[in-house]
Design a protein around this ligand. Sequence first.
Ligand code: TXA
Ligand code: MG
Length: 323
Amino acid sequence: MGGTRPQRILAADDRAIAEVIRHLDAGGIAAVPTETVYGLAADAANPAAVARLFRTKGRPAANPLIVHVTDREMAARHAAIPPLAERLIARVWPGPLTLVLPKRADAPLAGAVTAGLPSVALRAPDHPVMQAVIRRLGRGVAAPSANVSGRLSPTRAEHVAGLDVPLVLDAGPCRVGLESSVVRVEDDRLVLLRPGSLDAATLAEAAGVPVEAAAAGAGAASPAPEAPGMAFRHYAPRLPLDLDVTEAAPGRFLIGFGAVGGDLNLSPSADVGEAAARLFDALHRADASGAERIGVAPIPEAGAGAAIRDRLRRAAAASGGLP
Ligand code: TXA
Ligand code: MG
């Protein structure tokens, strides 16, 4: 996981995209841009490539991957699409929404992608480079966030530096900056497994049904694991992190929001969407600042704020004492 082998960061022009596709087609892994965060991509149908991906991230085998598709048609080769999913796909894709759907028996997927579950997580990303990669490869692309498992997500090509991956396709900073919302579709029910930049109210409006919260943790009412990934440590900066901080203090790098200025401000105009786009870069900068701790100003729960607060709570719980 040390990133000791040389890494090439390629500006995402046609030639670089073609090189990455050849590399993926041959069973390699590469970091690719999406509108949410950079992903670590592998051909989802190639067991050796998928195994390499899990190994490179240090990802627990019990945590399944998202398969990226171009559109509904490609999604239908991997999963059954119930009417509620059709509605969401029609309204939200391409975009930052991952749907957990019943996997087709003949889905062209390496078994490890879904960690043995009968479901598969599918997303059509809203990014021209990632769309070109999937379309020209012609197969689903497995892509978790391109960070060592448990650490900060990458929203710029240079954030991928800690990962042992030979190629990074650079398309600049990610527009959304937070991972997709993950929703399980069950007949006429929608269960939010991971909050994302699309908030629950927007999803409920698009679907025409309420969005239920996932049962928290093990021992919940449902016998199936609700959201395997949420059980693991996530989004950990190197430094310890304090939430809802409003005052500067010696040795503490303050990430501001709105009127709380800070050493760096996520959004001086208190716009949660802008704050979401800047969040991970701010945490990467804080980690590299030479400070001893990180403080983050209060962020409201509204809109993308709920997902920002979710990431920050997990970061605070996981942070500190890391190399
Ligand atoms: O925005 C994103 O979603 C980014 C970009 C690269 O697309 N990808 C991403 O992937 O965040 P990852 O692997 O870091 O997160 C995938 C989440 C995990 O929490 C995982 O447990 C959940 O989706 N997941 C995947 N397959 C699942 C399934 N069959 N059932 C329930 N949860 C699933
Ligand atoms: Mg991740």
